[in-house]
Design a protein around this ligand. Structure first.
Ligand SMILES: Cc1cc2nc3c(=O)[nH]c(=O)nc-3n(C[C@H](O)[C@H](O)[C@H](O)COP(=O)(O)OP(=O)(O)OC[C@H]3O[C@@H](n4cnc5c(N)ncnc54)[C@H](O)[C@@H]3O)c2cc1C
Length: 411
């Protein structure tokens, strides 16, 4: 059977490895880290078929510019004189229109629903990662956001998703004792959630069971090519022969792709989270606090808060306290009774979301190198879309018809 090498052991690489190994391929995963704390670990764990609107959308540029002047705001582009940033910005601007959003919505929705079905299959066999189907509450405090959320809810309904539009009292009833200061909410009943670290542990164990070779702390630095094919991948631990290569290196994908003369426009969208352990008093349904863009996810006995999107570079590993304070302020504003304190630096996690300027993931065969498949750029939805992505990557490699249309996921 063909040897498939996957570069990157985040959730996208591991879910791809899972379906490829099940199909009978000889799979090896290479990751430069010890695979315990990257973007796929500390995220908010939401599986969101409701998120059908990509980041590149009308109004985002004006809103983004306003937010750039507020150090506590949830969105920020670190200004710097950099060609990649300028190209990314220009592409983002080109995609932030209604026609793009209309094409993106069904593509994201179908991939997300496929993923959710596959999560359900995993959850039937194993409860270790606390898969739950409680939906997602979009909570808001202003009439303007209420209007926008209702509009988005109607679009989701038109795509067949089950959506409830809730008054303040109905939110209170659902929240079961947690006091909120909201004026209403939209409940996407299609959504689900998991505990990301526990899922990553589960999928790694599955991969070992399927004889996938996982090379930890092994950085892929270069490639050996013969005509239009990659024959070997070169790492800091040696050289490995390969028949197929899958580039699933999240925010680092562009720098690896450059070695192959492949141009990918992805910038890291840095986000933060912190997790409070063993909380008996907590909201019971995952929520997004709309005006603050903060995600709140109960995960078994714990609760995780996450947010902010700083478009930056992968060397930017400093924790920006103002942004974390912005998250804390939003939580206390929406849930006046929780009285959350600012987490210490060592309790604050951050990750780099791999953001394409179109807001769409890339799941595609490369046009020049015939054994290279690009699987990256899942931005804010990597956990949601991972099993579906893994399945369609396997279908692409096997030359089968894909379970969902991939036209919108091309480079
Ligand atoms: C605060 C926050 C909240 C989020 N909440 C959600 C959510 O609720 N739902 C959701 O769907 N998504 C969410 N996301 C987004 C999600 O976490 C990402 O989309 C997803 O983790 C990306 O996965 P990935 O596998 O593409 O990348 P990564 O997890 O970043 O994996 C890439 C891997 O490539 C490895 N690598 C890099 N360079 C090399 C090299 N040269 N050689 C070998 N290996 C290399 C890295 O070490 C890394 O392990 C959130 C993100 C953040 C930051």
């Amino acid at each position: 059977m063909k040897k498939v090498s996957i570069i990157g052991g985040g959730i996208i690489g591991l879910c791809s490895a899972y379906y490829l190994a099940k199909e009978g391929y000889e799979v090896a995963v290479f990751d430069k880290s010890d695979m315990t704390d990257g973007c796929s670990y500390g995220n908010a764990g939401m599986i969101v078929p409701s998120h059908i609107i990509p980041l590149a959308q009308p109004g985002m540029i004006a809103q983004g510019i306003k937010w750039m002047f507020d150090s506590h705001s949830p969105f920020y582009v670190k200004p710097r004189l950099n060609l990649d940033l300028m190209k990314w910005g220009l592409q983002f601007y080109k995609h932030a229109n209604l026609q793009h959003v209309e094409k993106a919505m069904p593509a994201l929705c179908h991939l997300s629903l496929l993923s959710k079905e596959l999560y359900q299959d995993f959850a039937k066999e194993n409860h270790s990662f606390f898969y739950e189907e409680k939906g997602l509450l979009m909570l808001y405090k202003t009439d303007k956001t209420a209007e926008d959320m209702h509009h988005e809810g109607k679009l989701a309904e038109a795509l067949g998703l089950e959506v409830d539009f809730l008054s303040k009292e109905e939110v209170s009833k659902l929240e079961n004792g947690t006091v909120t200061s909201v004026i209403g909410g939209v409940h996407y009943k299609s959504d689900a959630h998991i505990y990301p670290q526990k899922f990553m542990q589960f999928i790694k164990e599955e991969l070992y069971r399927l004889n996938v070779k996982i090379h930890l702390q092994t950085a892929v630095n270069d490639f050996v090519l013969k005509q239009n094919e990659i024959t070997e991948i070169v790492t800091d631990k040696g050289t490995f022969a390969t028949d197929e290569v899958i580039l699933a290196s999240g925010s680092w994908s562009p720098e690896i792709a450059k070695k192959l003369n492949v141009n990918i426009s992805i910038l890291p969208g840095k986000g933060y989270s912190f997790t409070l352990k063993d909380q008996s008093h907590k909201p019971s349904i995952p929520s997004i606090l709309c005006e603050g863009k903060v995600a709140v996810t109960p995960m078994n006995n714990d609760i995780r808060f996450g947010g902010t999107m700083e478009i930056t570079h992968t060397n930017d590993i400093k924790i920006n306290k103002n942004r974390v304070q912005g998250i804390v302020n939003s939580i206390n504003d929406f849930y006046p009774d929780l009285k959350i304190e600012m987490p210490k630096a060592e309790e604050t996690w951050f990750g780099f979301r791999p953001c394409t300027p179109s807001g769409m993931p890339i799941i595609a065969r490369d046009k020049k190198l015939k054994n290279l498949t690009l699987v990256t750029g899942h931005a804010m939805m990597g956990l949601s879309l991972a099993p579906g992505t893994g399945k369609i990557v396997t279908e692409i490699i096997s030359g089968k018809r894909t379970s969902v249309d991939t036209e919108m996921f091309q480079l």
